[in-house]
Write a protein that binds this ligand. Structure first.
Ligand code: ADP
Ligand code: MG
Length: 225
């Protein structure tokens, strides 16, 4: 299992007490497969991704990424794991305004200490994979919303992550552009072998998923089989 959550519980401070955002959640996601997570607003979907990303630490349970039990890692080791093993794509692309599409990707490679030529080749290859080879030198304001989200996806894949965590990537896009982004996420998941978790509100995305799980009040309902 490339991503494993085992009996994960997460609480947040809430007035005098604590709010349970995740209640003994278990989930396994295989390399090259796409799991969609649906459920009402406030049910804990983003919290699930935050725990899987090691951005927040669970109160109890285990989070295992590419065979590494993250509970045993120091803060520095966790950030290295995030950089090298985990790709994240959120609703808003969060691109740097002054950088071209190509440079957004190159930054990720440089932070990881790879050589400039290797970084440039990989960035070009990924821009082509998301259909943006012709837009490599455009800055975010010169790209459409759908193109920005595709840059964001390519950037998340820059360091060859094992796990890809995606939170409502199409909510800022119209249906047609959303469908392009979703097709891309599904095909990149197979091609690059990522264990992908996709939080989505859009029912039409579900046919692209290998499995659909539902969050309700911090509890995960996983279909049998
Ligand atoms: P979803 O993504 O399904 O809308 P979230 O994971 O964002 O759900 O939130 C789950 C619950 O945890 C909600 O009740 C939300 O208000 C609460 N919550 C989320 N993040 C925080 C936080 N940083 N501090 C306190 N409560 C939070
Ligand atoms: Mg959310």
């Amino acid at each position: 299992m490339t991503l494993l959550l085992d009996d994960v519980t997460l609480t947040y401070p809430d007035g005098d007490g604590r709010l349970t955002a995740l209640d003994t959640v278990s989930l396994e996601v295989r390399a090259g497969s796409l799991t969609a997570v649906v459920g009402p607003s406030g049910s804990g979907k983003s919290s699930l991704l935050a725990v899987a990303a090691t951005l927040v630490t669970a109160d109890a349970g285990r989070v295992v990424v590419a065979g590494t039990d993250t509970g045993e890692l120091s803060r520095a080791e966790k950030s290295a794991l995030r950089r090298e093993r985990i790709g994240m794509v959120f609703q808003q692309p969060n691109l740097l305004a002054s950088l071209t599409a190509l440079e957004q990707l190159q930054v990720m490679g440089h932070i990881s200490g790879r050589g400039p030529r290797q970084v440039r080749d990989r960035a070009r290859e990924l821009l082509a994979a998301v259909g943006l080879e012709d837009q490599a030198h455009r800055r975010p304001h010169q790209l459409s919303g759908g193109q920005r989200q595709r840059v964001n996806i390519a950037r998340a894949l820059m360091n060859g992550p094992s796990v890809l965590l995606v939170d409502e990537p199409t909510s800022a896009l119209d249906h047609e552009r959303g469908a392009v982004v979703l097709d891309l996420l599904a095909s990149l998941t197979r091609e690059r072998g990522t264990a992908t978790v996709l939080v989505t509100h859009d029912r039409t995305h579900l046919e692209r998923a290998d499995r659909v799980v539902t969050m309700v009040d911090g509890t995960l309902r996983v279909p049998v089989g």
